[in-house]
Design a protein around this ligand. Structure first.
Ligand code: GCB
Length: 594
């Protein structure tokens, strides 16, 4: 699925703004047809945004179930004769959509786009009603998993990940037009041979005359000069003296794909292309053949009021803060981020570890954080073959959406799943195959948890890159940094013996901004600094470590509980992106700019 764009043959209309909104407290909407009338008891709501924090209302914030969104849109008059599509960049965690009274699409999974062709349901110049029922429940067959428990105080959603279950329409909704026969997919793979760049492309067409589709492509450099031309549904363009996409220099070419009707352009679609290579060799991660060391963070899409709603202003500011601190990369922990984020990272030359929403497949984790347990991770009643099929699909869908982004260097197919058991090995083995089949060009890994240390993990054998989340000095050896350092060095030496590159995808200590200690104790700014310094000593002594991502970029909202004070406070920055002392330490280590 190609992202909606304005091109010489296409137009788009963004449906963001104020929609009407209603909680379906009695579960009546689907049976009584709320899509066919104004939503009962509706209030107005902002799209895009999570619904949870927009109102000062606990019923909304902690709501579990169906919520309804509705808007009206006039179809542009000029779209007569065109194919017309309704596109949601995401709906968390599932949605069914109607145009007037007709159901057009149902989609599962909260962080990837979906769309429906609505040509036959609309008339250019006329208005239609768009209604979406969005549901935020998780089950053992969703990614991420969760379970709805009936309690004396109502429905409660239990889940095993450490961030608040924000939900709603988090990203833009679009109506767009294309010609009746249209470019439906583009795949590019870039290569380098000395100073010569190659752009291998494969094109697909959809619609009425898709079988007879003929294509022409032009690659232009950033100044708009033609760099190469080609024709046919597949081909390889060569670019002498290529300007590479390099971390810190997000140089992009523009690939204009044209679908031809005789000599005329039937459809045209532009794709930004960064020419670069990524490869694992021994214990190195190579970008353009050069060893690359990742400095940065695991992040979250998380802001006051917006929740997980995308905002360009916050994107620009977050990336400015990354630049200030000297980060060159981040992980989309723990779900695919808005496509705007990846497009911006492409242009900024930031390297991205792109993660699926497979977080919390580990019921042995964090009893203290998530409350009483009593579930087994992999079992016929919990995470099972059906979950695995959903997981496989989300890997394919993520690759389908993000395959062309030069910023994406590595796929992470899960965060901290159970990985020390035979059941885990059986579950994950085929998923690595799915990822490699979907994208044979990028390394694949998953993020390993402390409960599956070196020697016990049965899943890292499938990873090209070892990714470790470790909290020595926080969850273990808390307040004992010398003990933490010894234990950490010992474990890391084990991993280094595997002969693969290692990225420390999480290390961090909760820190209450403004809390100071002469003798550093956990939760103080001084302790966070000493904790990070200890980790850096350890990383700097192990050649196989090729990256450090602090947990987290900023404080973020999570499930309230005895070990969380107003959210997860492991940010180097506060939730409103002000630096803690640790941020200054990182800026010195990473050579931050501005
Ligand atoms: C982890 C998880 C992350 C948590 C973090 C923590 O290992 O991957 O989602 O937020 O620990 O702070 O406990």
């Amino acid at each position: 699925m190609l992202r909606p764009r304005d091109t010489p043959t296409r137009e788009r209309k963004r449906l963001d703004g104020l929609w009407t909104f209603a909680l379906d407290l009695q579960g009546l909407g689907r049976t009584t047809g709320w899509q066919s009338r104004p939503l009962p008891g509706a209030r107005e709501i902002a799209v895009p945004a999570s619904f949870n924090d927009l109102f000062a209302d606990p019923e909304v914030r902690d709501y579990v179930g169906d919520v309804w969104y509705q808007t009206a849109v006039r179809i542009p008059r000029g779209w007569a004769g065109q194919r017309i599509v309704l596109n949601f960049e995401s709906a968390t965690h599932r949605a069914t959509v109607w145009v007037d009274d007709t159901e057009v699409v149902t989609h599962e999974g909260g962080y990837l786009p979906f769309e429906a062709e609505v040509t036959d349901l609309v008339t250019p110049g006329e208005e239609v009603r768009i209604t979406a029922v969005v549901n935020n429940e998780l089950t053992f067959q969703t990614i991420p998993p969760g379970v709805v428990e009936e309690t004396p105080s109502g429905k409660k959603l239990r889940y095993w990940h450490d961030f608040f279950n924000y939900a709603g329409l988090h990203r833009s909704v679009w109506l767009y037009s294309t010609p009746r026969t249209y470019v439906s997919d583009i795949t590019v793979v870039t290569g380098l041979d000395g100073a010569v760049g190659t752009v291998r492309y494969a094109l697909e067409a959809g619609g009425e005359a898709a079988d007879q589709a003929r294509f022409a492509v032009v690659l232009r450099n950033a100044e708009g000069h033609e760099a190469a031309v080609g024709d046919g549904a597949t081909g390889t363009l060569t670019v002498p003296d290529v300007h590479r996409w390099t971390p810190g220099d997000g140089y992009l070419y523009d690939l204009e794909v044209r679908l031809l009707d005789g000599e005329a352009t039937a459809d045209s679609y532009p794709l930004a292309v960064g020419v670069r290579t990524v490869e694992v060799r021994g214990t190195d991660l190579l970008v353009n053949g050069q060893p690359f060391y990742l400095r940065g963070f695991g992040m979250h899409e998380d802001h006051a009021v917006l929740g997980k709603g995308h905002s360009d202003a916050h994107l620009v500011h977050d990336v400015a803060v990354l630049e200030w601190v000297g980060a060159n990369s981040f992980r989309t922990s723990h779900y695919p981020y808005a496509e705007d984020v990846l497009e911006y990272a492409d242009r900024q030359g930031l390297v991205v570890i792109d993660e699926t929403p497979a977080v919390g497949l580990n019921m042995g984790l964090g009893g203290g954080i998530f409350g009483a347990q009593g579930y087994t991770t992999f079992s016929p009643e919990t995470i099972n073959e059906r979950t695995q099929a959903v997981h496989a699909q989300v890997i394919r869908d993520l690759v389908a959406r993000d395959k062309n982004h030069p910023c994406v260097a590595l796929w992470s197919i899960a965060n901290e799943p159970e990985s020390q058991t035979p059941a885990a090995e059986e579950y994950f083995r085929p998923l690595f195959d799915v990822a490699r089949e979907a994208d044979p060009t990028r390394p694949v890994g998953f993020v390993n948890v402390m409960l599956a240390p070196h020697g016990q993990c049965r899943v890292s054998q499938f990873s090209d890159v070892i990714m470790l989340n470790r909290y020595y000095g926080w969850y273990v050896y808390s307040g004992d940094l010398p003990g933490a350092e010894r234990a950490w060095r010992e474990e890391l030496a084990g991993w280094a013996s595997e002969g693969k590159p290692i990225i420390i995808t999480e290390y961090g200590a909760d820190t209450f901004p403004g809390l100071h200690n002469l003798v550093p104790q956990p939760w103080s700014e001084e302790y966070q600094v000493e904790y990070l310094e200890m980790n850096h000593r350890v990383f700097d002594s192990v050649a196989a470590v090729v990256g450090e991502h602090v947990w987290n970029f900023a404080d973020f909202a999570t499930v309230a509980g005895p070990s969380r004070v107003g959210g997860n406070k492991k940010g180097a920055f506060t939730r409103d992106r002000e630096p803690k002392a640790a941020a200054h330490l990182l800026r010195r280590r990473w050579g931050g700019g501005v």
